[in-house]
Design a protein around this ligand. Sequence first.
Ligand code: MLT
Length: 304
Amino acid sequence: MQEILTLNSISPKGVERLSSSLFHVADDVEAPAGILVRSQNMHEMELPESLLAIARAGAGTNNIPVEQCTARGVVVFNTPGANANAVKELTIAGLIMACRNLAPALDWVGGLKGEGDAVAKLVEKGKSRFVGPELAGKRLGVIGLGAIGVKVANVATHLGLEVYGYDPYISVEAAWNLSRNVIHCVNLNDLYSQCDLITVHVPVTKDTVGLINSEAIAQMKQGVRIVNFARGELVDNGALLAGVRTGRVGCYVCDFPTEELLGEPGVVALPHLGASTPESEENCAVMAADQLRDYLLNGNIHNS
Ligand code: MLT
């Protein structure tokens, strides 16, 4: 019987895929052949001698020491696309939040507790205080045209946004063909200078760390609204905060709170909720478990 170590609580549907007389799945096994992980940082962890494969229930693999695994012959799987719908939906919510001042408005309404009969009158003030633009008719820049970026672009088009796209890993021509002309594929400079809203959907690599830095922000339109449900490391927070404080960046909505971002007007930071839906947790867990099982039993590699 092979042992599988779970490092996070993994959807039971995923664990069930491995429940047989061939596997023992638990969070405290002695000699795991496989690890199922969601977001736990594995960089400081000593990889067990017995380990043959790690399956991440999620798209990003930046919590896994991939180079060390490769050197050791440990296969790393991820689940691209399995949570794309959940992240797409929250990105659309983020775009709306970035425009319609939802987070400060909710905070403000929360502060009315205790005002008694005056609440209705105060609410009148809120109506004019939190005015924000509509999405329709604006131009959205989508950086990264993978499973999530393309889904976001499609919904955005239906909301009346004109979508500009850029993907660091494919040429502008290839991206244009793939997007079936829904997305105007442009280079990054044009995307920065022409979009009212920008959303990022690329993994963290040595080429994308700090992608949104002071040079990038300097090229953007005054008041640009930036949404980031990909990874915090893609944005240089110092440059971002400088942009928010001068008004160059109208709003930053992200899924990656850090100490410096907290309480900053113009910044909305959610607790990494992009993939936190039961549907997506189940999809990712099932895909990750299937990959692990197929590799450990048959040596098959579907995606690594
Ligand atoms: C991802 O990389 O797909 C997400 O980080 C998944 C998650 O939130 O667990």
